[in-house]
Design a protein around this ligand. Structure first.
Ligand code: PGA
Length: 246
């Protein structure tokens, strides 16, 4: 399966950074993997207008199509300006915006309703890892926050250990392998054989220097990249590693 490398710009980036997206897009003319950039909402339209080879994604959405929800944006609105992916359940939103598993589930279903692909983020905290609760936390998050119907087209899972996000810390290869294999097992037993083709991304301090090793791990079908997606040269190193690992 070809890999997916998705960049999560979080609340970084101004209109001048569209030039970085263009550089990434030019690089992706003939590569063997799928690439997406999820910039802040105000950049989505321009990013989509100015790219041909990569996809554009958003970082969150509201559960409803429209309504009296001041400050919110629906999945349909994001699709209209070019989003093909929408992140849901990122740990920063679970922690800072009180997004529960149930809210994440409703948001993933909203993404499906809009026709975009949901990238559903799950992952344990350091405390949960130390208490050896990683797999049970992942199981609970998948049971309660995944949408009712998961297919390789409508859903991507991102395994992001909370303690690895923005810290420079990366789990051992065996820890990533165990988590991804557990996630695959859950998906296949819940959604059937088709779920062998649902992409499972690893996220948390992915860089050019560790990408090759991460992409060689079984059931790692790509990466969700924060910090290293903000500079085209850094992100291109990761894309190259993904493209070479097919
Ligand atoms: P990071 O962030 O690559 O900066 O660790 C990943 C993420 O938050 O998706």
């Amino acid at each position: 399966m070809s890999k997916l490398v998705a960049g999560n710009w979080k609340m970084f980036g101004d209109i001048n950074m569209i030039s970085e997206i263009k550089k990434i897009d030019q690089h992706c003319n003939e590569i063997d993997c799928e690439v997406a950039i999820c910039p802040p909402f105000p950049l989505l339209f321009s990013a989509n207008e100015q790219t041909e080879n990569i996809k554009i994604g958003a970082q969150s959405c509201h559960v409803n199509i429209n309504g009296a929800h001041t400050g919110e944006v629906s999945a349909e609105m994001l699709v209209e300006v070019g989003a093909q992916f929408i992140l849901v359940g990122h740990s920063e939103r679970r922690q800072n915006n009180n997004e529960t598993n149930n809210v994440v589930k409703l948001k993933s279903e909203a993404v499906h309703r809009s026709g975009a692909t949901a990238i559903v983020c799950i992952g344990e905290t350091l405390e949960e890892r130390k208490e050896e609760k990683t797999l049970s936390v992942l199981q609970e998050q998948m049971l309660s926050s995944l949408p009712t119907k998961v297919t390789p087209q409508n859903t991507v899972i991102a395994y992001e250990p909370v303690w690895a996000i923005g810290t420079g810390l990366v789990p051992e290869t065996d820890q990533i392998r165990a988590a991804h294999s557990f996630i695959r097992g859950f998906l296949v037993s819940t959604y059937g054989a088709e779920a062998h083709n649902v992409k499972i991304l690893y996220g948390g301090s992915v860089k050019g220097s560790n990408a090759k090793e991460i992409f060689s791990i079984a059931n790692v079908n790509g990466a969700l990249v924060g910090g290293a997606s903000l500079k085209s040269s850094d992100f291109i190193e990761i894309i190259t590693a993904a493209s070479n690992s097919v």
